[in-house]
Unconditional design. Structure first.
Length: 272
């Protein structure tokens, strides 16, 4: 149990049981797994609370939507580019020397050579994703680029959760071993992609290899997983639409009805 739990980046009972049952079974196995995880000192220190609140985005095939983001490695001047496929939940990770557009594009081209072109890339408004060079690269490769602003960042929650998962996995790896970020990242991503995901009822690697009917259903708004979310679709805006403009500094601290929450009215100039 301990070996599987560690290999899967200290995942929970469901993920550990899903992998363990491939080779082993005995009466009371789930209770024993729960006991082992509860007594894991690394998990007790690093586990996060489930904050929830993300939106559900329906997809019909792999590479239909791929979200990107960059995380900084704590305590080091290193960055990691992470990508997640919305349909299969497959995660990619690449260690970067800098956050430049050029490095991001090189990493994406490596992923594409191995796994294919995405229909759409979803990113935040960071400068490396908003540069003229990045927009040109997307256009040349017939990739739609959707930028998610601060007001709708919850709709890009899958990459945010991916970042939290990888960050925790890096923290949980043996503190005494040599800190080789590339090797640690490779183990973390491999562990994630081989862990059971309740949203698709299998592992991301299994979903990537076989797009079954079950996965199709679970990725639709009628699926069981979708009902856990507060919203079942991404809020979209069209060019020319009248909207209220939120203040960035209090997005997470005030309700929409409170005074001062918005700066005023504005007109949408681009699809977002």
């Amino acid at each position: 149990i301990v070996k599987i739990h560690v290999e899967l980046n200290h995942r929970g009972v469901k993920g550990t049981y899903y992998n363990l049952k491939q080779k082993y079974y005995w009466p009371g196995i789930k209770d024993q797994i729960a006991k082992v995880i509860k007594e894991c000192s690394i998990c007790s220190i690093n586990n996060r609370k489930n904050t929830g609140g993300c939106d559900f985005v329906a997809t019909r095939k792999k590479l239909e939507k791929v979200a990107l983001d960059i995380m900084e490695v704590e305590g080091e001047k290193r960055f990691i580019l992470l990508g997640i496929d919305y349909f299969t939940r497959k995660l990619w990770g690449k260690s970067l020397g800098s956050k430049s557009t050029e490095e991001v594009i090189r990493s994406l081209e490596e992923w594409i050579r191995n796994d294919g072109f995405p229909d759409e890339l979803i990113t935040d408004n960071a400068k490396e994703f908003c540069s003229e060079a990045f927009e040109k690269w997307c256009s040349e490769n017939d990739i739609k680029h959707r930028k998610v602003g601060v007001e709708s960042h919850r709709s890009n929650g899958r990459i945010e959760r991916g970042i939290r998962t990888i960050r925790e996995a890096l923290l949980k790896q043996d503190k005494e071993e040599e800190r080789d970020i590339k090797k640690m990242l490779s183990r973390a991503v491999k562990g994630y992609n081989n862990t059971y995901h309740s949203g698709i009822k299998c592992t991301p690697d299994e979903a990537w290899l076989e797009e079954s009917a079950d996965i199709m259903i679970e990725n639709d708004i009628i699926g069981e997983y979708a009902t856990r979310f507060k919203k079942q679709y991404r809020e979209t805006f069209i060019k020319g639409q009248l909207v209220r403009i939120a203040r960035k500094d209090n997005l997470g601290t005030k309700a929409k009805s409170e005074s001062g929450r918005f700066l005023g009215l504005g007109i949408v100039v681009l699809e977002c």
